[in-house]
Write a protein that binds this ligand. Sequence first.
Ligand SMILES: Nc1ncnc2c1ncn2[C@@H]1O[C@H](COP(=O)(O)OP(=O)(O)O)[C@@H](O)[C@H]1O
Ligand SMILES: [Mg+2]
Length: 260
Amino acid sequence: MDESKRPWGYSGYVPVQHETRLEKLISAMPTIERVPSGVPGLDDLIEGGLPKGRIIGLTGSAGSGKTTMGFQFLHHGMTQCNEAGVYVTLEDEVSDLYQDLSRYGWDIKAAMQQNKLALVKSQIPIEVNTPLTVDSLLDKIHHAVTQVNAKRLVFDSLSALGFCYTETSNLRRDVLRLCSLLRELGCTTLLLSEMPDRGEATMRFGLAQFVTQGMMVLHLAHTYRAVEIRKMRATRHDTNVHRMRFTDHGLQITPGEHPF
Ligand SMILES: Nc1ncnc2c1ncn2[C@@H]1O[C@H](COP(=O)(O)OP(=O)(O)O)[C@@H](O)[C@H]1O
Ligand SMILES: [Mg+2]
């Protein structure tokens, strides 16, 4: 059959035209802005930084460096990017934090006085037979973000929140409400959670995977520390483990250096 006579006007497959159209579509898509993490080496693994305005999970066992990385991210924002931050803790005492973080030369008291940082310290009462809601915590977070016009937020931690609940469905509902608020506030957020022991698939870890658009894992073993980017939407990244060290100024990653 003469191709030009086909009723739908088929004139042969011309892949170049299709590719050109696709390329045009891709180039018309808005590029994702990146937020520098402040952790030397980390941004090289994730196309220059964390995707702006997204919720990124940061998980690892106790002592793996989650709180340190969280504050390093906030400190970098305040000091290098003119971006205020909010730190939400359900875990650490504020006086301990002042002391621990001053070891890296980070003066969080001064940052708070200059309105570059707001701390939300919250204790959620243990749920006893009644459905618990995180209303007061959400109000505090909203207030803190507005107060300092925060662009960065660290939530420390989802696991601590999970310990307050006996009903999984209530926890799931409140985590979804929390994440909905975080997205609305538009901050680039690190959502910290404790990594369960090997093989233990807890609801908390599952939840963190479910509500985040990225997941970074901090590894701690007898002889090494390392970071692994397990998921990062809209980002080219490898899934290797990269050596991480504590220094006098916080954490530092050496991309490509195998930890063992
Ligand atoms: N100056 C330092 N040099 C080496 N390791 C340090 C230093 N300061 C803290 N650490 C390590 O950091 C750990 C605490 O890190 P942290 O960020 O609080 O972990 P997480 O929040 O994951 O529990 C400590 O257990 C210690 O091993
Ligand atoms: Mg911690």
